[in-house]
Write a protein that binds this ligand. Sequence first.
Ligand code: COA
Length: 293
Amino acid sequence: MEPKSVFLPDILEGKVALLTGGGSGIGLCIATYFGRHGAKVVLMGRRKQVVDEAAKSLGTEGIQAIGVAGDVRKKEDCMNAVQKTVDEFGRLDILVNGAAGNFLSAAEDLSPNAFKTVMEIDALGTYTMSYAALHYLKKGGQGKQPQEGGVIINISATLHYSAQWYQLHVSAAKAAIDSMTRSLALEWGTDFGIRVNGIAPGPIKDTPGVEKLVVNMDGTVTRDIFLGDKSDIAQTALFFCSEGGKYINGATLPVDGGNWIKSTRYYSTEAVRTFSREYEKRRKAALAASSKL
Ligand code: COA
């Protein structure tokens, strides 16, 4: 069962959100939470049947939603998704750039076209959608303060904070996205009152990301990691869009249970307590002895 939202039910009343990668997984969960808090939502994805069915399922909850088929790698599809949003619901306030592609591949097996494919979906797609939405996101906000315009949320990752085996392509793409988050936050925040932030999810249960990247063939998880829920990401997205997030611009928040800061424990706490003090004692003794010479 999904956890209850911690936000007031009407915080997105009157708002319209467009989500790429919105037909399934994390994107659909964000859309669901947005809808439950009053937003009308547009789900963009490559497969028409998937986005249409997802929109229909939201409709059964009383959420106003439509699906739009499109590929974020194509500028015309991005422009079309934005236009359909405005035609259907009259405005656009929130863009979530969630469309992503990934697979494990050793660097030496990664063709330049495979690298380009992921860069185009993740990084270029994020830019093209933001570019397509700009006109309406500025109109959504009437003032010059960061809290008065529309909101963009870029879905990133933590892979590139150091390096991750077999993830060169996505690490490069997500690093580009984080850089874009800051640049757009600076320029569009200052000039148009649009807040641009990122969320860097860790491995999230029941998503293709976990199935493709961290699960063995027999379904067991490959590493010692904490798995999150889709709702963890959805509630963070809600926070960024809420009054509580109005002073946040240009930030990318890791939402991963602290996986990215995990590191190997080389000594037990007990061992450290003993030898750390012991070392200091010996050092002081050695210093005292040498000063007497
Ligand atoms: N390992 C290495 N290379 C791979 C690969 C893999 N597992 N899967 C695809 N590629 C390569 C292809 O061989 C091709 O390169 P080439 O022309 O040099 O042979 C290139 O990537 C493009 O593949 P293609 O299947 O034509 O691209 P696509 O646009 O149909 O699919 C992907 C895009 C590959 C990213 C696909 O995995 C996808 O659509 N993913 C969306 C969902 C997803 O990944 N979600 C997870 C998010 S964490």
